[in-house]
Design a protein around this ligand. Sequence first.
Ligand SMILES: *[C@@H]1O[C@H](CO)[C@@H](O)[C@H](O)[C@H]1NC(C)=O
Ligand SMILES: *[C@@H]1O[C@H](CO)[C@@H](O)[C@H](O)[C@H]1NC(C)=O
Length: 805
Amino acid sequence: MGYDHQAISSPNFPSFLIFCFITVFFYSSATAKTLNTLQRGSSLSVKNDVSDFLTSPDNSFTCGFYGVGTNAYWFSIWFTHSRDRTVIWMANRNRPVNGLGSRTSLTRDGSMVLTDVDGIQVWSPDLNSTSANLAERAELLNSGNLVLRGPQGEILWQSFDFPTNTLLPNQLFTKGMKLVSNLLGRGNFGSGYYSFYFDNDNVLRLMYDGPDISSLYWPNPGYSVFDNGRTNYNSSRIAVFDDLGRFLSSDLWRFRASDMGLGPKRRLTIDYDGNLRLYSLNSTGFWAVTWEALIQRCRVHGICGRNGICVYTPEPKCSCPPGYEVLDKTNWNKGCIPKFNLTCSEPVKFLKIPNVDFFGFDLKFMESITFSACRKLCVDDCRCQAFRYKLAEKSTTTLCYTKNALFNGHKSPFYPGSLYFKLPLHVDTSLPAKLSVTGSCMDNETMAVVVGSASMYDKKTKRMRWVYLYSFASAVGVVEFFFIVSGWCLLFRRRGAVAPTLQDDFRRISSHFRMYLSSELKKATQNFKEELGRGSSGVVYKGVLEDQRVVAVKKLGDIYHAEDVFWAEVTTIEKIHHMNLVRTWGFCSENKHRLLITEYIENGSLDKHLFSPGFLAWKERLKVAMGIAKGLAYLHHECLEWVIHCDVKPENVLLDSDFEPKIADFGLAKLSQRGGRGSEFSQMRGTKGYMAPEWASNLPITAKVDVYSYGVVILEIVKGIRLSNWVTEDDEEIETEMTRFIRVAKHRIQSGEESWIEDMLDPRLDGEYNRNQAAKMIKIGISCVEEDRSKRPTMDAIVQMLLEC
Ligand SMILES: *[C@@H]1O[C@H](CO)[C@@H](O)[C@H](O)[C@H]1NC(C)=O
Ligand SMILES: *[C@@H]1O[C@H](CO)[C@@H](O)[C@H](O)[C@H]1NC(C)=O
């Protein structure tokens, strides 16, 4: 007591108190702006390159001036903990202000203004207040929302109502709102050409609105609203994603982050390349893609501009056709311009580029006409810049399209037919000296099973790389030149008959993918009555859905129980469409049950048709070998989710009524291994006899394991017996049938005997086969089962080889 009294009466105390008071006062006024609230009458500005900030209470978001370079500043909100301070909102994206002297103030009369150094008002939000201009304070919330509050705390304005290119969790996306991409990569925040919005028919869409054209590219413009899994009947036009990473929209579009669950900070951003991506922030401050709208990035319209062609190498790159040059290398949206002027009367030649399509701008479309008639259509029409000639799907009808503008060019091995560019006769189309390709397909094999983790977009500085068409053309080695003037028709007709045989598979498939209730499936399968088969991943039952579709219902085994993993993988499987892959219609995930609903394939699996007593004629054998190759090539190279099957064998190849093969069970490798970490497989997968030797070693698993298994299968198709069986002599297993087969085949090929093929084939064929095809298939098979995986061809190369025989 006495001590206290004495202390208070100490003569030093009042001065100490004053000192404290002053310190606290200055301290608090100096730090007022680093809190989350800006009071009326104060402002945020940049001084000595350091901006005043508002910080959300949990420190996730920062609001202030975001500077790029020496003197361009934007009033923005960004993620505090992301390495590159990812901006999620900007007040003045198209009008940066000066660093020194610019400020955002909450004025004494209660409005917010952003003024440049010269006093010009650059931006000011419209407050939805009847007692106009009465904002008491600006507050940055934990959600990343900057709000202006009135005297009663009511919200007069919020940044969430005016998104720029990013949507945050729980931020409502509604009618009239638009996410607009940045113009280019880092450092250019101006409005770009791509936008995400609710269209007039209530459907969420992505649109390219460039200098030349505008077009919708997502969801797939080739399908109806309903085929795209949307509805246009709900006019509320509202969409939102929650803290778990689940997106839901009034047009019924929904998706989930591949890392669904509480924890990571997320954002949905329309990137400058026109793709819409969901990102998660990891603990090291980098972003990982957990969902994206277009896996096939070349399908984004406008990406390579007028005349430009998008090529997968496998990452998308832009190129110009020969005779054209890029207008602006830093902005491919501007496309390529011709290095020639084509007058109407000039003689022309055509340059053929296989597997290329340009979306839209058809001048004429004709069916069942000859190649030369199609070419003549283009020669005779001054407006025609190119034509496309191909075979229709599953028929011998020819299709001819002449084009008067070339936009949205896209090259894919899955595009049938070729595009023929019209050029003046004098234009030099020889290839330039420098032909090197930056980056090759092979580099990416090892990244095959990683989904959405390493992204080239999370580091904004790393832009897409581009090459000229020459480069990819020479790399692929498929550009053929066709010089035609009127007199050369004969020559051309003969060579022009190079028939496109690949199918335009994915276009016609609609996406009716959905979730089923277990009660529906119980009913469909009559309580899992008819068992179709059993595999490593589960038991398959036959069922009939309410719409009379016959389906196969697979009950997955225990390893697929984690719900978030299941969801993520199902989202991937949903997007994989190819005529040689079994189509998945939907899934069911209730309690502990995990089921997949796929199409029912009439003719059962390949093994039943191939090994005795089954028998396939030669034509069917070739078709099956080709189909499996195409399906695997799609998984490995085209579908860009980099799926490795890991269990290719005759049991997993189903045959439809036309004996067209469909690969089953793909994607499940991902399903079972994603529970672990990264791309490492936690357990061996596959079936003895079909498994590549690297499974036994410590080498990383690449797409080449499927190539190996394919090799075994194609040899079995040729030989008609199970090559994985052991050959026994005197009750001793001495080698597998395959080892013996390869040994004998190599020996016979080397010895140059004429009759070597006969001995290697299924004797039941009884001479009914094509020698060349058989020889090709055996050689492909042998190269696929090479011990050294770098010597095995890729599935793409195998498809090419089979096409040539
Ligand atoms: C329209 O969508 C909203 C948001 O998803 C939903 O709440 C509402 O029930 C839907 N209306 C109809 C008629 O389906
Ligand atoms: C094509 O013609 C235009 C106008 O006549 C001219 O400006 C341009 O330079 C010509 N381009 C070439 C490549 O000759």
